[in-house]
Design a protein around this ligand. Structure first.
Ligand code: DQA
Length: 147
């Protein structure tokens, strides 16, 4: 079975509570349930991660070696700031799709730069929580639909 990991960075655990006018009212638990349902429908196994600690995020990326066939990454604010994240992604042995809830290009200049996007298979942003479903479908199709 194809193994997909989803990595969520800082403050995404506050989804539904944090700036709901921007990020929506769907909770983080509901987002996980949505993505798990889609993974089941696609016939892939899913490992779901969230952390507010950058080192833990980097360790999770490192540990994907041999444990996942591909991943979705929403590194949240680290997307725009972390060279350590970029270095970890440069060492990532599996393809990934970058996903963001909001359209970064309609936001502040600092958010319009991603330090990892050039390494991604593709990039999904602006579709809110549904973007995770789109990104998962795209990743699985990219992986050849193996399951
Ligand atoms: C985000 C966009 C980031 O700029 C922000 O720091 C987040 C969420 C998104 O999903 O839209 O925390 O990654």
């Amino acid at each position: 079975m194809t193994r997909v990991a989803v990595l969520n960075g800082p403050n995404l655990d506050l989804l539904g509570v944090r700036e709901p006018e921007r990020y929506g009212r769907t909770t983080f638990a509901e987002l996980e349930a949505l993505v798990r349902r889609e993974a089941e429908a696609l016939g892939v196994t899913l490992a779901w991660h969230q952390t507010n600690h950058e080192g833990v995020f980097l360790d999770t990326l490192r540990d994907l070696r041999g444990a996942a066939d591909g991943c979705l990454i929403n590194a949240a604010a680290w997307t725009h700031t972390s060279l350590a994240l970029r270095d970890a992604v440069l060492a990532l042995p599996v393809p990934f799709v970058e996903v963001h809830l909001t359209n970064l290009f309609a936001r502040e200049a600092e958010r319009q730069r991603s330090l990892i996007a050039d390494r991604a298979v593709g990039f999904v942003c602006g579709f809110g929580v549904r973007g995770y479903v789109h990104a998962l479908r795209a990743l699985v199709e990219h992986l050849g639909g193996r399951s």
